[in-house]
Design a protein around this ligand. Structure first.
Ligand code: EPU
Length: 444
């Protein structure tokens, strides 16, 4: 499968100098944060299943590698289409260097513990965007009757009597990966599990719906309380998981449309997953039209001023933290002072400082709050992506700036957006990829 070492490419962007001239259609891929959890689900199956609309991105390839290390078999039928087989799964060790760096590897812990009665794993990675602890995972496993020790830098979690027990778990914070991990663990646990204060993100619902199709007994999907009746290994005979469209990618394109397009249609998306962003854009004066599987942004009056707006990130259906950085580029173009309140992660505003070198007026007030004064004309610059979403934000900034920009650390953008430069070129962006030297990748 994919190599752990990525080429550290750069994007060279000739900016539009504030002109809103991009146009056409841009297609949204399958959701990263949905498919990487589905890649943990084979642990719950005695056979396997097919997956499609899979984005060919770095995080997916690494998760596939992890699954293979556990004895899972992965066959690529064609790009975006795979067959997963789990009958030869034989390991409950997530010891590789990869799981240390891939935060999403933590979702494998619940299913592995439920299937084998034991799981061993390192503290999962997740750099740059805050502390990202795993205390809620460890608490939840204990509630399900497991004992936790540490050996040679690994957590060793063992189910009492070799079998995880159904339990009632209240999540002190709505957490996406906790909800997914315990929903999956409960599918194979003994008896009933009740999960309270669950996260409601569409990717969780999509995972749950697929598990139900394959025999899992889960009630309450899309609500804060899930009730799961544990049972035997699931069967995926004849089943195919079609990856739900990526709402963060769709949202990033909508922001691009607002600041740089005359007329842009973002297609193959779920507009109902984008309510929070669409509401913000409309309140700021953006012309947004919503269809069944597409959203259109138009700038018929090129000199129309957008108004500043205050945003607060929130669990779904609120405004997603993963769109906070892309939206900040819009805010640099809006008239007046905008206020950002990042409630989910501390340290997810640091990317703002570098934007000031391009001419933006941003100020970080503390680990969770910042202000942006606009509008400001941006000028092309060399800029280094610190992580996936901030990297995408820098790319948006480079597209609207005047002159040339070099965006370094494209490896982070590649983690979440498949062949983004090709899709951007097709709507008029002047962007080229320059191959860089080799580097290690930190995956969150
Ligand atoms: N938290 C704890 N203890 C835990 C787990 C989480 O205190 O044991 C806290 C976190 O520190 C954070 C809050 O709970 O303050 C919520 O974090 P959550 O667990 O929901 O985040 P996550 O599951 O680690 C997923 C996405 C992130 C996305 C967040 C919030 C995946 C693989 N990652 O992370 O996506 O930002 O939910 O929606 O699904 C991205 O795609 O760029 C990305 C970072």
């Amino acid at each position: 499968m994919a190599n752990e070492i990525r080429t550290n490419d750069q994007f060279i962007v000739e900016g539009l100098g504030g002109k809103k001239i991009l146009s056409g259609r841009v297609r949204v891929g399958g959701a990263k944060n949905a498919i990487i959890k589905i890649l943990a689900a084979p642990v719950l199956f005695h056979d396997g299943f097919a997956i499609s609309n899979v984005p060919e991105i770095e995080d997916v390839h690494q998760m596939i590698r992890l699954l293979e290390e556990l004895g899972g078999q992965v066959e690529k039928l064609e790009p975006g289409h795979y067959k997963l087989k789990s009958d030869e799964l034989n390991s409950f060790m997530l010891a590789s260097d990869l799981s240390k760096r891939l935060r999403a590897s933590v979702v494998l812990t619940g299913p592995l513990l439920a299937r084998f009665g034991e799981v061993r794993f390192p503290h999962p990675g997740g750099c740059v965007i805050g502390k990202r602890p795993i205390d809620m995972f460890l608490d939840g496993f204990q509630r399900m009757g497991a004992k936790i020790t540490e050996e040679e830098g690994l957590y060793v979690v063992k189910a009492g009597d070799g079998k995880l027990k159904g339990a009632e778990i209240f999540f002190k914070i709505q957490s996406v990966t906790n909800t997914e991990t315990f929903m999956m663990a409960a599918v194979l646990a003994e008896g009933k599990t009740i999960l309270k204060n669950c996260a409601l993100e569409p990717e969780i619902v999509s995972l749950g719906e697929f598990l139900i199709k394959c025999g899992a007994k889960i009630k309450g999907l899309g609500t804060p309380t899930l009730e799961i009746e544990g049972g035997e290994l699931l069967s995926g005979e004849g089943q195919e998981y079609v990856t739900v469209p990526d709402r963060i990618e769709a949202g990033s394109f909508l922001v691009l449309g607002a600041i740089a397009a005359s007329d842009l249609i973002v297609e193959n998306c779920r507009p109902d997953h984008l309510d929070a962003l669409i509401d913000i854009l409309r309140s700021a004066g953006v012309d947004v039209e919503v269809g069944d599987t597409w959203v259109r942004v138009k700038n018929t009056e090129p000199n129309k001023k957008f108004t500043s707006i205050d945003i607060k990130t929130h669990e779904y259906p609120g405004f997603p933290t993963d769109l906070q950085a892309p939206l900040s580029i819009f805010l640099t173009q809006a008239e007046g002072q905008s206020f950002i309140f990042e409630t989910i992660f501390e340290g997810r505003l640091n990317y703002l400082e570098a934007l000031n070198r391009l001419g933006a007026k941003t100020k970080i007030l503390d680990a969770h709050r910042a202000i942006i004064d606009g509008p400001t004309a941006l000028t092309g610059h060399e800029i280094e992506s610190p992580d996936l979403r901030a990297g995408l934000a820098y790319l948006l900034a480079a597209i609207i700036a005047s002159g040339q920009s070099v965006v370094h650390n494209v490896k982070y953008i590649d983690r979440g957006y498949e062949q983004i430069e090709k899709r951007l070129q097709a709507i008029g962006v002047k962007i080229e990829r320059r191959a860089g030297n080799k580097d290690n990748l930190c995956l969150s």
